[in-house]
Design a protein around this ligand. Sequence first.
Ligand code: FAD
Length: 523
Amino acid sequence: MSEQNYKVLPRDVEQGEFHQAIEKFRALLGNENVLVEDAQLKPYNKIMMPSEDAEHAPSAAVTATTVEQIQGVVRICNEHKIPVWTVSTGRNFGYGSTAPHHRGQIILDLKKMNKIIHVDAELGTALVEPGVTYQQLYDYLQENNIPLMLSFSAPSAIAGPLGNTMDRGVGYTPYGEHFLMQCGMELVLANGDIYRTGMGGVEGDNAWQVFKWGYGPTLDGMFTQANYGICTKLGFWLMPKPPVIKPFEIQFEEETDIAEIVEFIRPLRINQVIPNSVVIAGVLWEASTAGVRRADYTSEPGATSDAILKQIQKDKHLGAWNVYCALYGTPEQVAVNWNIVTGALKQLGKGKIITEEEAGGTEPFTYRAKLMSGVPNLREFGLYNWRGGGGSMWFAPVSQARGSECDKQYALAKQILNKHGLDYVGEFIVGWRDMHHVIDVLYDRTNPEETKRADACFNELLDEFEKRGYAVYRVNTRFMERVAQSYGPVKRRLEHTLKKALDPNNILAPGKSGIDLDKFNDW
Ligand SMILES: Cc1cc2nc3c(=O)[nH]c(=O)nc-3n(C[C@H](O)[C@H](O)[C@H](O)COP(=O)(O)OP(=O)(O)OC[C@H]3O[C@@H](n4cnc5c(N)ncnc54)[C@H](O)[C@@H]3O)c2cc1C
């Protein structure tokens, strides 16, 4: 492409300046790794948010294969003040996908850097490059007969540990809090330096993947959900595969059971009788991952009625709430814990327990069991077929793991969603002491009127939850600035002070988590 022809440009960058930068990228990376044509950029502009595609159109995408090339990209971006949005496997669906935070940023796509650098079967550690997928790592463990298991997000097969961990994603095994299991990062900073966290800076040291803290300030967390560096290597821990994994489900009949469910689960979780995050899925989450579509039941627009929800529950043999968890260990350990769980359920006096044998290969039990056992699959994408039309935003407020929190949050969320003609498709996930309430705000993005409603709905969810003291742990690029405000001005000033010091040209992913020197003026 010749000068003056670029359809999309970075903020405040002229055609000529941009062309010079593109020529430098070509010299550094080779023509085939610098994408500027419409057709080439299309995959980097697929969004599910209620924004215009144009608002998230990249000006270019570049792919790198070495750390030195990434340093070169950063150098060129500094020279021409070009903002760069980094993705690893780029499957951040519902949070912005592969598209940049705002129009004109270039994409640095790291999927070609896909070396599994090291897996230590004895210590249960791994060190990987950004483009490694969970499926690739799973195959590697299988092929090499390594008795370790993975924890991953539901889009497991196509997503990857580095990107998921950098965005503080979660999984469903006892190692499901992925940032907790991270151990050692290598980053390219905005000035081109290569920084290793933890023990990584010590020449000849071999404890980088086993001891998280190193010496002095521990900075790993600062680089997650942030824009202070580009991660080029990530270390993390893998769980030894136990002799027995016993996944099971407990179905509860009534919507109003939710508070009691959480009160029943919390002690079992905190005491680690149940060592993985416990999912409590609502009926529509269950139904859509079992293959049910809204159109199978109604063609009426708007929110789906409670009568239909009950009908689906009955037809598909689902609970109003469906609890998924697993026990892990030797046969003896699992037997002891099974007795504790079934004893506690007996005391509760409600809930129908379903074992893997009883589920007999049906969905959604099968995919849930796979997620809890470290076997990649893509079944959860069934959520997108419930309403169709490709609109999806995760609304994920965090709270204490208490029944009373569920009562408040569930009623409020359902009322707001229904008011905007949308459905509650949600689950509660009981971590150790916290609870993530994960709602997929699904809407038909091909319908402008519904898209407008979805946008208003998401704004109202954020506003009303914030009024009651709740904030989300992660959000799509459209709402990053809004959510950053929920966390208060002091945090924002500190984050921007760091940004100024580390990346004065504001080139690394401006806008990520609301950090953008060009926009912030609340010093
Ligand atoms: C049906 C469905 C179910 C889902 N379930 C889950 C779930 O269970 N758990 C969960 O966590 N998510 C879930 N997601 C959301 C998302 O798809 C996953 O989190 C996915 O793992 C993220 O994509 P990725 O791994 O390809 O990371 P990427 O898209 O590569 O990265 C994610 C973000 O991290 C940052 N980043 C990436 N690479 C770097 C780098 N090298 N340096 C610095 N920053 C970087 C960027 O901001 C990027 O946008 C789900 C999505 C769908 C559609």
